[in-house]
Design a protein around this ligand. Sequence first.
Ligand code: HEM
Length: 452
Amino acid sequence: MPQTELTPESALPKPSLLGGSLKAFREDPLTFMNELHRQYGDYARFRLGPKSFYAIFHPDMLKEAMVTKSDDFCKAGAFDEIKRLTGEGLVLSDGKHHDRQRRMLQPKFTRGHIQRYAEQMGISTRSLSENWAEGQERDLTHDLFRITFDIMTRTLFSYDSTTRLEQIEQAFDSINRIATDKIRALIRVPLLIPTQQNREYSAALQTLNEIVYGIIQDRRAMKGGERQDLLSVLMEAVDESDQSVMSDKQIRDEVLTMFLAGHETTAYTLAWAFDFIMRRPDVEEKLVEEWSRVLNGALPTAEHYPELVYTQNVVWETLRMRPVGYITGRTAIRDTRLGSLELRRGDSLMISPYPLHMSPRYFADPETFRPERFENDYVRTLPLMAYFPFGAGPRSCIGNHFAMLEMVILLAEIGQHYVLRHAPGHPPVVPEALLTLAPRGGIRVTVKRRSS
Ligand code: HEM
């Protein structure tokens, strides 16, 4: 296995004394990770400010880190800014607490269970897109945010977010922007110090807290048994070891975790999918053929999903080239080893699927958008961690089936009724690595009704 420390001979900018590789990472983490992989092979060590990280690129080492030796790692320390928002929710909690929460929530996210949400996914999409005016220019990313948020709040929490939508959007926008800034900064000003940015962050948190505690209180005021959604699971769950129930704070943490993890990811993936489709008439033609054959104008449902094979492959290919969950972290909680790499307790890993997804070793002609490559269960022929847009192992995405069903339904419903084109003079859309992989500056489109 090649050895690694980022050296001055590297094509990447020479690490600075103070910041290490922070500048290159901050400017373009995808290219940075790709370059590390290209130059150093299986793993590389680099520094961001005072902190060192190992980037891991070999599928077997990744499998150890995320699956077979996942008990040797935790998530603590990686994203403290986000933890202010999500607290001990599923994404950033660790140990027994995480295991218990995951065990409790998992049954509500199985492929079978989430099928019941398909109808609402179709209804939200249709009601929020059916009034798009002919020839109108629209902010597609924003529209997709609204639809995915509506779907998530209605299906998981039976909550109609429309009345508070602008406030919610503003709060998420502030949090996303500021948390990204803080994660990438060399010196982080603690949130308790009242800088303008910190005040904005705290105000955004307060808005979301108020909304979520309101949802919890409204539900407590209802007599039991009226709802069968995720919120009731959280509120009724009893810990068998001590018969305790979740506090409002614990419920709030899980609700905000789902808010954060569950709508921006799908909205951005769909924005990327439309971006690819608009640039590829051959892909669009195949999609339109599939939509008219399978749907013929009907609202897409869970029954249609297995037949929308090409649409699914468009989503898989989008997730290959634009894995919105482009980076995650782990910290070793004991001395351990990945392949021949010895890790000490406290060592940090930086993990990104992007370099593997773009490797010609696993994907021929990786720069070309080609949904057909996913035909015939292609991924099953690859090593386990060559393609992992939803992560892997016990910390893999709990919402993967929800996300796939939602994205296929949304893509098919909008696509069967509208022809989208980049607005005149639109610049090429490039990725911006925020908390998730966003299209920089959003995507503006003109919409036209698709003739039948
Ligand atoms: C395109 C859509 C999505 C992508 C690409 C995605 C990606 C990911 C990835 C890569 C992870 C693992 C992170 C790690 O290993 O550290 C993750 C975790 C998670 N995702 Fe998603 N996600 C998506 C949609 C969703 C949706 C719709 C929900 C909820 C409705 C959701 C909820 C979660 C939660 C709760 C976790 C933490 C699981 C745990 O640690 O036990 N995600 N997601």
